[in-house]
Design a binder for this molecule. Sequence first.
Ligand SMILES: Cc1ncc(COP(=O)(O)O)c(C=O)c1O
Length: 295
Amino acid sequence: MTTVYLNGEFIPKERALISVDDRGFVFGDGIYEVVRSIKGELIEWYAHAERMSRGLAAIKIAFGPAEVARLQDVCLRLVRHNELVGGEATIYLQVTRGAAPRTHHFPPAGTAPTVFAAATVFTVPRDARQNGVRGITFPDYRWTRCDLKTVNLLGPVLARQAAAESGAYEAILLRDEVMTEGAATNSFAVIDGVLRTHPLSNLILPGITRAVIMEILAELAIPLSEKPVTHAELLRATELFVCGTTTDITPIVMLDGVRVGAGKRGAITTRLQDALTARLYSARPRRLTPSLATD
Ligand SMILES: Cc1ncc(COP(=O)(O)O)c(C=O)c1O
């Protein structure tokens, strides 16, 4: 039996009911996060909490940083209740503007946000990490606040469906002939020997894994250029990878049916993967979040 969290209660998933008036359902009016746990510890919790708080403030949902901070305990309890402490899990968090009769403008002040969280077992796809995956390019149909992790995901849904239909794992999004990011990942490419990624802006999500990779790059003294990669440059990339909380660093070895570089995981990608793996699994003192021993 799966236990989830809804509006202050830990309940069986089957009993978690949300109103048809919920603005998350009607408008996609909400913010979400996906956090990873390894052996009962939340990875980069504070960065996820900060991004969630920023997103909620930006769209003016009355759920402040102190309330987001309390979700840390909710995540840890969900991992325990669902017996996921021994391995890896993902915790999905969602806060919407709540349930109210349908109006485009905000509901009356005092409408309670809907707060939901659920933990699911996560198995690392090691083959994809090592041997790489296929990708496609796809138009970036999204709005111009991609820096907010809103539950409006139709652009990524259509992009990932196109990828799935062509046997690919990820869609690399192109806006005005420039690579922004993946449908549910940030993306990096090596062009003429230089590692490049889109700069932080309203056109990409400020990925937590992207930020961790930046730290690793500094530690390894690998130069990075945050200069957007054009479609034409992408065609001559010698390495391409996507990253995210559940993607780690995954090489894309074939793009639109054409080999990327040698068609296998490249040298820079491998170095970054090794450093990220060390950080996730062995660099325990770097962990920021304590585990919940009992509850
Ligand atoms: C559009 C987009 N970019 C990037 C990412 C990666 O972000 P993170 O590393 O914080 O998981 C995600 C994750 O869901 C995403 O949806």
